[in-house]
Write a new protein. Structure first.
Length: 452
C-alpha cells in the first residue's frame, strides 16, 4: 500500500502545481473530468435552486393521483449536449415550455458559483435552445490564441474572449469600429495586432498617425499611404474621397440592370463585382483621432471641418466602396466639436480598454449597452490589453489581445510587403522607404599561382 499512497500523493501534488502554475494544463488533465462530474451530479438540484425548473404537466400529476404515487418533481431544461473544450465546457440546453432564454442569462452568476466554474455565459442558439459556455480558469490572465483559427477574407482574429472563444474583426459584418482607451491601456497593442493580421490579407492599408508616425510608420512597408500630421491627413482623405467616387462609378457601369440579368448578378458594392474588376478593399486606420479635431486658428478650424466631414462620408458611404474605418483615440465625444457625434453613430463596432473616467466609457457604450460602461470602468490597471467590446445590437464581452511587440508587427508587415497594392489615387502619399539591405558574403581572395 505504500507505493499506492506515494502515487496518490504524487498525483495530488502534480495537480496542485499545475493548477497554480499552468491552469490550462491542469484543465486539460484533471479539471475537465472533475467539472463534468460536478455538472452532471449537481445539475438537477442546481437548476431547481436557481429557479430554472417548471412544474410537471397536468397529465403527469393526474396519472400520479390515480396511481396513488408521489407527485413528479419539477423539470429542469434538458441537456442536449455536453462538450469539453480546451478552456471549459459547452452545455447545450433544451428549454421547457414556459421557460425563457433571459431567465438562463440572469442566472449565469449563480450557475458559476454552483458548478464551481470561473465564468458562465449564455446565448440563444435557436428558438428553445440555449448554449452555456463555461470556462474552467481565467483564460484572459495569460492569453494563448489557438493554433487553428477560422480566418477568412476581411475577417481576422484579434483577441481572446472571456468564454475562451476567439474574437474576430469581421469587416464584412461590422464595417467601421471605434477603439478608445487611456495611455498604457493596450490600445496601441490592439491596433498593432490588427495590422499584423491584416498584413496577410489582400487589402490596402491606409494610416493616419499624428504622433509624427511613431506608431504606424515602422509598419510602412505594408501601407499603401501614410500621413503623420493633420495637413497631410486632410489631403490624404480628399484623395481617398476621389478614389471612393471612382469606385462607385465602376459599380454603376457594371450594374447592367436589364430583364435578362439575374438578381444575384446586379452589383451594389465591390463584393458583387467579378474578381478581375473588384477594387482592392481599403482599411483606414486613424490613431489619436482627437489630434485631427483640435484647432487653435481659423485655418486649422477649416482643416478640421474638412477632415471630420471626410471621415463622416466614409462612415456613411465607404462600406459599399470597400473602405473601412478603424478610429482610435483616448477620448471621442462631443467636446471635440460638431460632426463628432454623427461620426460616432456610424461606428458600429465599439472597443473600450481601461479608461480614466465614466464619461470616456459612455462615449463607447452609453448609447448601446449601459452594462458595458460599468465593465469598462472596472478594468484594473495591471491588466493591459483587457478590453470590453460590443456592437450596436447591445451585446458585449470582455476580451484581451495577445501581446504583440513592435518587432513582431514589423516582421509581419515586411514578410507580406509584396501584398501592398499600388493605388494610383494615393500614390502621392506612399511612404518613402529605404531600400532593403541584403548581406552578401564576399569570398576571400585567393593567392595567385607562383610563376615558374
Amino acid at each position: 500500500m505504500s507505493w499506492l499512497t506515494a502515487l496518490l500523493t504524487l498525483v495530488v501534488v502534480t495537480a496542485g502545481l499545475l493548477r497554480w502554475r499552468r491552469p490550462a494544463w491542469y484543465w486539460l488533465t484533471f479539471g475537465v473530468t472533475f467539472a463534468t462530474l460536478r455538472v452532471l451530479v449537481r445539475y438537477g438540484s442546481v437548476m431547481d435552486a436557481c429557479g430554472l425548473t417548471v412544474p410537471p404537466p397536468r397529465w403527469r400529476l393526474a396519472i400520479a393521483r390515480m396511481a396513488n404515487r408521489p407527485a413528479p418533481q419539477p423539470r429542469a431544461p434538458r441537456i442536449l449536449r455536453l462538450r469539453p473544450t480546451r478552456t471549459g465546457l459547452v452545455l447545450r440546453l433544451g428549454l421547457r415550455p414556459g421557460q425563457d432564454a433571459f431567465d438562463v442569462a440572469a442566472s449565469c452568476d449563480r450557475l458559476r458559483h454552483s458548478f464551481t466554474m470561473y465564468g458562465v455565459t449564455s446565448r440563444e442558439s435557436r428558438s428553445g435552445v440555449v448554449e452555456l459556455r463555461m470556462t474552467g480558469y481565467d483564460v484572459l490572465a495569460r492569453v494563448q490564441m489557438p493554433s487553428k483559427v477560422d480566418a477568412a477574407p476581411m475577417r481576422v482574429p484579434v483577441a481572446l474572449r472571456e468564454d475562451g472563444a476567439v474574437h474576430y474583426r469581421d469587416y464584412r459584418t461590422t464595417p467601421h469600429a471605434l477603439t478608445v482607451g487611456a495611455t498604457k491601456s493596450g490600445k496601441s497593442v490592439y491596433q498593432r495586432n490588427l495590422v499584423a493580421e491584416l498584413a496577410a490579407q489582400e487589402v490596402a492599408l491606409v494610416g493616419i498617425d499624428c504622433k509624427q508616425g511613431v506608431e504606424l510608420f515602422p509598419l510602412a512597408r505594408r501601407f499603401s499611404a501614410l500621413a503623420d500630421n493633420p495637413d497631410t491627413a486632410a489631403e490624404l482623405l480628399d484623395a481617398l474621397v476621389t478614389h471612393m467616387e471612382g469606385v462607385y462609378q465602376l459599380i454603376r457601369a457594371e450594374q447592367r440592370i436589364t430583364a435578362d440579368v439575374p438578381d444575384a448578378e446586379i452589383a451594389a458594392d465591390i463584393w458583387d463585382l467579378p474578381d478581375y474588376l473588384r477594387p482592392t478593399p481599403i482599411v483606414l486606420l486613424v490613431d489619436e483621432v482627437a489630434e485631427l479635431a483640435l484647432f487653435t486658428t481659423k485655418d486649422e478650424e477649416k482643416r478640421r471641418d474638412r477632415i471630420i466631414t471626410a471621415l463622416a462620408r466614409f462612415a456613411q458611404l465607404g462600406r459599399a466602396a470597400g473602405i473601412y474605418l478603424e478610429i482610435c483615440g483616448q477620448r471621442f465625444g462631443s467636446e471635440l466639436g460638431k460632426g463628432i457625434t454623427m461620426l460616432r453613430a456610424q461606428l458600429t463596432g465599439r472597443t473600450a480598454h481601461r479608461v480614466n473616467d465614466e464619461t470616456s466609457a459612455n462615449m463607447a457604450f452609453g448609447d448601446i449597452a449601459s452594462d458595458a460602461v460599468l465593465a469598462a470602468i472596472n478594468i484594473p490597471t495591471e491588466t493591459p490589453g483587457l478590453a470590453v467590446t460590443g456592437d450596436s445590437s447591445g451585446g458585449w464581452a470582455r476580451i484581451r489581445t495577445p501581446h504583440t511587440s513592435m518587432r513582431q508587427a514589423v516582421n509581419a508587415c515586411n514578410r507580406h510587403a509584396h501584398r501592398t497594392p499600388d493605388l494610383p489615387a494615393l500614390a502621392a502619399f506612399r511612404p518613402e522607404l529605404p531600400p532593403t539591405v541584403s548581406l552578401v558574403k564576399i569570398p576571400a581572395p585567393t593567392e595567385a599561382p607562383a610563376s615558374v
